[in-house]
Design a protein around this ligand. Structure first.
Ligand SMILES: [Zn+2]
Length: 87
Protein backbone atom coordinates (compact mmCIF):
# COMPACT_ATOMS: atom_id res chain seq x y z
CA UNK A 1 0.00 0.00 0.00
CA UNK A 2 1.37 3.40 -0.95
CA UNK A 3 1.39 5.86 1.91
CA UNK A 4 0.34 9.43 1.32
CA UNK A 5 2.90 12.22 1.31
CA UNK A 6 1.13 13.77 4.28
CA UNK A 7 1.50 10.53 6.23
CA UNK A 8 5.18 10.32 5.34
CA UNK A 9 5.67 13.99 6.22
CA UNK A 10 3.95 13.38 9.55
CA UNK A 11 6.18 10.40 10.33
CA UNK A 12 9.23 12.69 10.17
CA UNK A 13 7.46 15.46 12.11
CA UNK A 14 6.77 12.90 14.82
CA UNK A 15 10.33 11.55 14.50
CA UNK A 16 11.77 14.99 15.26
CA UNK A 17 9.33 15.43 18.16
CA UNK A 18 10.24 12.00 19.55
CA UNK A 19 13.90 12.99 19.87
CA UNK A 20 12.97 15.69 22.40
CA UNK A 21 11.27 13.69 25.16
CA UNK A 22 9.74 15.17 28.30
CA UNK A 23 10.98 12.35 30.48
CA UNK A 24 14.22 10.31 30.78
CA UNK A 25 14.57 8.13 27.67
CA UNK A 26 17.05 5.73 26.14
CA UNK A 27 19.24 7.11 23.38
CA UNK A 28 21.59 5.14 21.14
CA UNK A 29 23.38 5.60 17.85
CA UNK A 30 21.35 7.02 14.97
CA UNK A 31 20.13 4.29 12.65
CA UNK A 32 21.25 6.18 9.53
CA UNK A 33 24.52 5.21 7.87
CA UNK A 34 27.36 7.65 8.40
CA UNK A 35 25.52 9.60 11.10
CA UNK A 36 27.27 9.96 14.46
CA UNK A 37 24.36 11.64 16.32
CA UNK A 38 22.48 9.94 19.11
CA UNK A 39 18.85 9.05 18.54
CA UNK A 40 16.03 8.07 20.83
CA UNK A 41 15.30 4.36 20.93
CA UNK A 42 17.79 3.48 18.22
CA UNK A 43 15.76 5.21 15.51
CA UNK A 44 16.79 8.16 13.41
CA UNK A 45 18.12 11.29 15.07
CA UNK A 46 16.29 14.61 14.78
CA UNK A 47 18.75 15.91 12.17
CA UNK A 48 18.19 12.88 9.92
CA UNK A 49 14.41 13.23 10.34
CA UNK A 50 14.74 16.91 9.40
CA UNK A 51 16.66 15.97 6.24
CA UNK A 52 13.98 13.44 5.28
CA UNK A 53 11.20 15.90 6.11
CA UNK A 54 12.89 18.44 3.82
CA UNK A 55 12.37 16.09 0.87
CA UNK A 56 8.61 16.54 1.28
CA UNK A 57 8.27 20.15 2.38
CA UNK A 58 11.57 21.85 1.54
CA UNK A 59 14.55 22.66 3.74
CA UNK A 60 13.16 25.95 5.07
CA UNK A 61 9.95 24.43 6.42
CA UNK A 62 11.78 21.41 7.85
CA UNK A 63 14.34 23.60 9.64
CA UNK A 64 11.61 25.91 10.94
CA UNK A 65 9.71 22.98 12.41
CA UNK A 66 12.83 21.44 13.98
CA UNK A 67 13.86 24.82 15.44
CA UNK A 68 10.37 25.27 16.90
CA UNK A 69 10.58 21.87 18.62
CA UNK A 70 13.95 22.84 20.11
CA UNK A 71 12.47 26.10 21.44
CA UNK A 72 9.39 24.35 22.83
CA UNK A 73 11.52 21.64 24.46
CA UNK A 74 13.82 24.21 26.07
CA UNK A 75 10.75 26.05 27.41
CA UNK A 76 9.44 22.79 28.86
CA UNK A 77 12.74 22.04 30.61
CA UNK A 78 12.86 25.60 31.99
CA UNK A 79 9.33 25.18 33.35
CA UNK A 80 10.35 21.86 34.92
CA UNK A 81 13.26 23.62 36.63
CA UNK A 82 10.94 26.42 37.75
CA UNK A 83 8.54 23.97 39.40
CA UNK A 84 11.38 22.47 41.40
CA UNK A 85 12.39 25.93 42.60
CA UNK A 86 8.78 26.87 43.51
CA UNK A 87 8.31 23.62 45.46
ZN1 LIG B 1 21.13 10.81 12.25
Amino acid sequence: MKRSKVYLMYSHVEGIRRNYPYWPSTFGSCAANNCTNSARGGGLCAVCHEKKLAKYVGADHAKRYHDSVKVEHAAYLDMKDAIEVID
